[in-house]
Design a protein around this ligand. Structure first.
Ligand code: NAP
Length: 301
């Protein structure tokens, strides 16, 4: 890796400046990295440029000018676009450079990216993250990494800027599979919170008092707890959008069917998520995954 100006840091390129990527790129800039950015919608790149980032005109141009390419895009289709397209990063990246994809995608897609990268003399890690917008902003993500251990070790300082824990999970695809397992806990946790509140409220228990009771117990998870303000206000502004949770449920069920693993509770939650997703699309809204709590209310409000 060559040196960035005035510091012994690799030059970094960041593709995908959405809720998560924008915050991660901002952290890298604040840590002193020279950061080049690309985003499909240019306005988001221009916002990062105000903090010192250089804008690339395409993922390909970005990859040609950096040592490490990070990508944080919505899904597998977006990853294909920014990596494999005619203006994709794979065609621009120089041999020896590293690609770290922090998006949540199908483990098979992570493996495909790795194989394509290795064929071009690149190093590739899948490194999806747990945590949401506040954790991305504060460098408190948990990062699950698949690929070669020596590449993980080499990239460790950079990952440590983004997360409080970077865990090596095994060969390519292992990070993505770990992330899907984690999101089983997340998605079912939110579904169960919605059903639990629906039962208690229908029986006449006040919502606020129920939440207070839950908070005293050891069965409540931090992710459930983090949605209490949304639930109290009955407003669900997107932090981890429902559309991404639905995408992850789809990836989880694909893997479960391919591996012949019975996941009956996840299958049921996936159906609820599909209905919620259809409702959001029809209403042209983008809400948080915790909106499932409202969906479970038996009075339909
Ligand atoms: N939000 C969370 O709490 C959270 C937590 C953990 C993991 N994740 C995962 O992290 C990834 C990013 O999430 P996010 O919340 O940052 O999503 P987001 O705010 O919706 O941003 C998505 C990014 O992907 C880009 N994109 C989408 N489709 C594209 C395409 N066809 N070609 C090129 N770029 C495309 C978007 O570009 P535009 O700006 O042009 O739309 C944007 O930069 C996802 O895989 C998600 O599952 C999210």
């Amino acid at each position: 890796m060559s040196e960035s100006k005035g510091a012994s840091l690799p030059r970094v390129g960041f593709i995908g400046l959405g809720g998560m990527g924008g915050r991660m790129a901002t952290r890298l800039l604040a840590a002193g990295y020279h950061v080049t950015v690309y985003n499909r919608t240019r306005l988001r790149a221009e916002m990062l440029a105000r903090s010192g980032a250089v804008i690339a005109e395409s993922p390909r141009a970005l990859a040609a000018s950096v040592d490490v390419v990070l990508s944080s895009v919505a899904d597998g289709a977006a990853l294909t676009q920014v990596m494999f397209g005619a203006l994709g990063a794979l065609l621009g990246a120089r041999p020896g450079s590293v690609i770290i994809d922090v998006s949540t995608v199908n483990p098979r897609e992570s493996l495909q990216l790795s194989e394509a990268g290795v064929a071009r003399g690149l190093e590739v890690l899948d490194a999806p993250v747990s945590g949401s917008l506040p954790q991305a902003a504060d460098g408190q993500l948990v990062i699950f990494v698949g690929g070669e251990r020596r590449v993980f070790d080499r990239c460790r300082p950079l990952l440590d800027v983004l997360g409080k824990a970077a865990m090596f999970m095994g060969p390519s695809g292992s990070g993505s599979m770990t992330k899907l397992c984690v999101n089983v806990l997340l998605g079912l946790g939110m579904q169960s919170l919605g059903e639990s509140l629906a039962l208690g409220e229908r029986a006449g228990l006040p919502r606020a008092r129920l939440l207070e009771a839950f908070a005293e117990t050891s069965v409540l998870s931090p992710s459930q707890r983090s949605k209490f303000d949304n639930i109290q206000r009955d407003e669900y502004p997107a932090a981890f959008p429902q559309r991404l949770m639905f995408k992850d449920f789809s990836l989880i069920m694909q893997s479960a069917l391919e591996l012949a693993v019975a996941m009956p509770a996840t299958a049921a939650a996936t159906q609820v998520a599909a209905a919620e997703h259809a409702r959001e699309q029809a209403a042209h809204v983008d809400e948080d995954l915790s909106a499932v709590v409202r969906a479970m209310r038996s009075d339909g409000r």
